[in-house]
Ligand binder design. Sequence first.
Ligand SMILES: Cc1cc2nc3c(=O)[nH]c(=O)nc-3n(C[C@H](O)[C@H](O)[C@H](O)COP(=O)(O)OP(=O)(O)OC[C@H]3O[C@@H](n4cnc5c(N)ncnc54)[C@H](O)[C@@H]3O)c2cc1C
Length: 322
Amino acid sequence: MIKKSHDEYEMIVAGGGPAGLAVAYSAWQNGLRKILIVERDKYLGGILNQCIHPGFGLEYYKENLTGPEYAWRFIEMLKGTTIDILTDTMVLEITKQRDVHIVGKNIGYCILNAKTIVMATGCRERSRGALGIAGTRPAGVITAGTAQRYVNIEGYMPGKEILIIGSGDVGLIMARRMTLEGAKVHAVIEIMNRPGGLLRNVVQCLNDFDIPLLLSHCVTNISGRTRVESVDVSKIDENMKPISGTEKVYKCDTVLIAAGLIPENELAANAGIEINGADTSTSVPGIFVCGNALQVHDIVDNVTVEAIKTGETAAKYAITSR
Ligand SMILES: Cc1cc2nc3c(=O)[nH]c(=O)nc-3n(C[C@H](O)[C@H](O)[C@H](O)COP(=O)(O)OP(=O)(O)OC[C@H]3O[C@@H](n4cnc5c(N)ncnc54)[C@H](O)[C@@H]3O)c2cc1C
């Protein structure tokens, strides 16, 4: 049954990751009292829950925290507020009239309305399909973030003999993580002539574990009947084309793809809402977007700063339209 509620919220936040938590708390501090956070996962905290490595909060807290520790600080701050939280609940749709369609196990399908909406839905990973790698379609090709969730939250090892595509921070961190869990990481393959991630991650995640980083190289083929069996890698020329004669075959059972993140902003796109880009506003007054849904941030501290500012702006908007 679809329930429609005109019990207006002053703010509804889609996504309970670091951006959503900070935006809601900031709006509370700036005077809003009827705030709802809707999170599709079982827990608040977003991607931080699976990032059990340190390196978070160096700028914002001047401390070296793990992802869950960083998230926990914001979750604790919410406890002294009246902010409503719905986990296990998905925002399906928003409209220009600021209706928010949500569905969850405990509440069914509801349509709520809010003076302000903030989309803090994070980002998604680029998959094999987006890279157009030739070869068969065996099991064992997954994104690095999915592997991270399997290992750090679900308790599964996705493979033993690993090749990683992409040297952004996610790829580097997973090279170390898989090694610590007993897998052999044969190499990290990077198409650019420099690593994509932070220098500290190259040193701490690859160099310290003798994991080769092949710059200006690309994967040209993935082979295997049911499971990945081998991967072909070539050096590339200045036109990004594989150089014949440089092919090397890696025997492995798993390929982790860490080839970039894409802001998750389908809610806006489906509603015909344009994201401004210069700041966190959109083409509809009162509807905002922040965090990785706006642009991919390398470090969470910047997400927090941006979200706090968005909370202030959105609170001002809601208060003036009371
Ligand atoms: C592997 C990895 C390593 C990292 N390492 C570091 C590091 O060392 N130091 C550092 O500072 N930063 C690091 N980061 C970056 C940092 O984690 C992100 O910048 C930050 O988590 C982004 O916050 P967010 O709230 O925008 O997105 P997320 O954390 O992705 O949160 C978005 C939330 O929205 C929810 N959601 C999405 N769509 C919906 C919907 N329709 N309805 C309801 N809920 C929805 C999701 O379930 C999720 O909980 C790392 C990131 C990754 C992936």
